[in-house]
Write a protein that binds this ligand. Sequence first.
Ligand SMILES: C[S@@+](CC[C@H](N)C(=O)[O-])C[C@H]1O[C@@H](n2cnc3c(N)ncnc32)[C@H](O)[C@@H]1O
Length: 274
Amino acid sequence: MADEPLRHELYTHGHAPAVVRQHAQRTADEAAEFLLPHLRPDMRLLDVGCGPGSITRGLAERLTAGQVVGLDLSRETLEGARRDALARGLHNLRYEEGSVYELPFADGAFDVAYAHQVLQHLRERDLALREMLRVVRPGGGVAVREVDWSTVAYWPRDPWIDRFVETHLRTWYRNGGEPQMGRHLRALFNGAGVASLQVTASVWCYATREDTVEWGESYADRLLTSPMGERPIEYGYASRSEIESMAAALRAWGSHPDAFWVFTHVQALGWKAR
Ligand SMILES: C[S@@+](CC[C@H](N)C(=O)[O-])C[C@H]1O[C@@H](n2cnc3c(N)ncnc32)[C@H](O)[C@@H]1O
C-alpha cells in the first residue's frame, strides 16, 4: 500500500500481545534517565518508535507546558497508546503513525528527539539518525538508548538458553537489524556530525523471583506466539520442537531460585550545532 510507513527490514519482535505487554511496563524514569535532567517543562519532544507509549506518557507528564508526540509504524499499538493518554487526560500528548525513515514533521519542529530500543531493529541506522537530527532545532538534542545483546550473562546455564540467544541473534541479523547496537552508538553519532556527545551505559539486571519469572515467561511466550519463534523456523535455523525446548528452558530458568540475568544498554545524547 502506498501509504504504509517506509521499512527497510523486518521488525524482529513483532507486535504480538506478549511483546507489547512487556514493552508497556517500561517507564521514563528508567528508560530516559539519561535525558531527564536536560528536559524543561515547555519543550517539544518526539518519541520515535514509541510502541505502547508507557515511556512517552512519562515524558508527557514531565513536559507539562510542552508537547510530546509519539510516532510508531504499528497502527494497532498506537490505538492502545491513544486510549491510555485519553484515559489519563494527557492533552499535551499525541500519537502519529509513520516511519523514522521519513518523519512527517518540518525541519526543527522539536527540541528533542528520543528513541528507546528502536535503531537496533533498523537496517539504515544512519538514515534514521539523520532524520531525527533534521526534525530537531539547532541546539536541540537527540537521545537514543540501545541494548547490546552480546553482553548477556545469565545463570544457571542451560544449553537450550544458549541456543535461544544464538538463534535469536542470527534471526535478528537476517531480519536486517543489529542486536549489538549499543556498542555502535558512539560511532553512529560521530558519523552524523553532532556538535557534542555524551555516551553512557546502564544494565538491566533480573535477580528477584518476580523479575526472573517475568523475563523467562515473557521470552517463552514470545517464542511460542510471535515472529521471534516463527522466523527462525522459516529461515531454517531451528525446528518447531527446538523452539519449544528453548521456551521450556526459559520458563524453567525463570523459576530457579538462583536465576540471574544481566545485559548492557548504551545511551547516547547528542546535541545539534546551533
Ligand atoms: C522494541 S520496540 C520499543 C518500543 C518503545 N520505544 C519501548 O522502549 O517500549 C521498537 C518499536 O519500534 C517500532 N519501529 C520499528 N521500525 C520502525 C520504523 N521504521 N519507524 C518507526 N517505528 C518503528 C516498532 O513498531 C516498535 O514499536
